[in-house]
Design a binder for this molecule. Structure first.
Ligand SMILES: Nc1ncnc2c1ncn2[C@@H]1O[C@H](COP(=O)(O)OP(=O)(O)OP(=O)(O)O)[C@@H](O)[C@H]1O
Length: 254
C-alpha cells in the first residue's frame, strides 16, 4: 500500500550535536509502529520535527503524498497528522465533553462558534458520545477533568486526537503514569483504533511495545539503527547494545 506518511532524510542539529541524523521512515495506512530508543536518542526532537513544532535543517516530511515540511503545526493537523493531546494540556476545569466538542468544531472549521452553546448542538454531541463511548468514558463526559482518574484523562487524550480524524496518529507514551490496574483499558483503546489509521507510538514500556507494535523502529544517537519486526528487534546486536540488552536477555531472547 502506498505511504500515508513519509520522512525523508531528516536532519536537525543543536549546536554541533546531530540530534536527528538523516532519518527516513515510511508508514502505510494501518501500520502500528513503535519508536523506541534510550533517553536522549532524539525521539522528542523527531516528533517535534514531524508535527511542525520544529523546522529541520534539511529533509522532508510528506503526508498522503503532499510535502508538508514548510506547513505549520496547525496545517499538519488539518491534513490529518495528529499528535495525542497531552494530559498536561487538558483544562482541569473543563469536561471531557467540552474537550472533544471543541476538537470536533476545530476539525469542522466551526471554532468561531466555540463560545456558543456547542453542548446543545446535536450533531456535535452525538459524535462526542460515540467517541467517549468507544473509549469507555462516556459516563464521565460532564465531570471536570480534575475530578477524573489519570488513566481516564489519558483516554480523553486519545478521544481528543480521534475527534480530529487523523490519518496518522502520534502517541507519546500513552500508558505512562497510569496505574497498573488501568493500563488494560488504555491497551484496549489502542487495540480498538480504526484499522486504517497509521499509528506511531513512542514508548519505553517494552511489554506494551511488543503487544501493540507490528514494527519497531529504534533510534540511537539521532539515527535509526533498526527498522523491522518485534521478533527481530530483540535479536539485533546493535539494538541490544544500545538499548534492549537486559530486556532481551530476560524475556524475549531467541
Ligand atoms: N532545543 C534544544 N537545544 C539543544 N539541545 C537539545 C534541544 N532539544 C534537545 N536537545 C538535545 O538533543 C538530544 C536528544 O533529545 P530528545 O529530547 O529529542 O531525546 P529523547 O529521545 O526524546 O529523550 P527522552 O527519552 O529522554 O525524552 C539530547 O542530547 C538533548 O539534550
Amino acid at each position: 500500500m502506498s505511504a500515508v506518511f513519509e520522512v525523508l532524510n531528516l536532519k536537525k542539529s543543536f549546536g554541533g550535536l546531530a540530534v536527528t541524523n538523516d532519518v527516513s521512515l515510511s508508514m502505510a495506512p494501518g501500520d502500528r509502529v513503535a519508536l523506541i530508543g534510550p533517553n536522549g536518542a532524539g525521539k522528542t526532537t523527531f516528533v517535534n520535527l514531524v508535527t511542525g513544532n520544529l523546522q529541520p535543517d534539511s529533509g522532508d516530511v510528506r503526508l498522503a503524498g503532499e510535502t508538508v515540511t514548510k506547513v505549520g503545526a496547525n496545517g499538519r493537523v488539518k491534513r490529518g497528522l495528529v499528535r495525542s493531546f497531552q494530559v498536561t494540556r487538558l483544562f482541569q476545569e473543563m469536561t471531557p465533553a467540552e474537550h472533544v466538542a471543541l476538537a470536533i468544531l476545530q476539525r469542522q472549521g466551526r471554532t468561531g462558534r466555540m463560545f456558543g452553546n456547542f453542548l446543545a448542538m446535536p450533531d456535535v454531541m452525538d459524535e462526542v458520545g460515540d467517541l467517549l463511548g468507544t473509549l469507555g468514558i462516556a459516563p464521565l463526559m460532564h465531570r471536570k477533568v480534575s475530578e477524573i482518574a489519570y488513566g481516564q484523562q489519558r483516554l480523553l487524550e486519545i478521544a481528543v486526537a480521534m475527534a480530529l480524524r487523523p490519518k496518522v496518529l502520534l502517541l507519546d507514551e500513552p500508558a505512562a503514569g497510569v496505574p497498573q490496574s488501568d493500563t488494560g483499558r488504555i491497551e484496549q483503546a489502542l487495540a480498538d483504533l480504526p484499522a486504517d489509521l497509521a499509528v506511531l507510538m513512542i514508548e519505553h514500556d517494552m511489554d506494551l511495545v511488543f503487544r501493540f507494535a507490528k514494527r519497531v523502529v529504534v533510534l540511537a544517537a539521532g539515527a535509526i539503527i533498526f527498522d523491522g519486526s518485534p521478533a527481530d528487534v530483540t535479536k539485533d546486536a546493535r539494538v541490544r547494545e544500545a538499548y534492549l540488552g537486559s530486556y532481551a536477555n530476560a524475556s524475549h531472547a531467541a
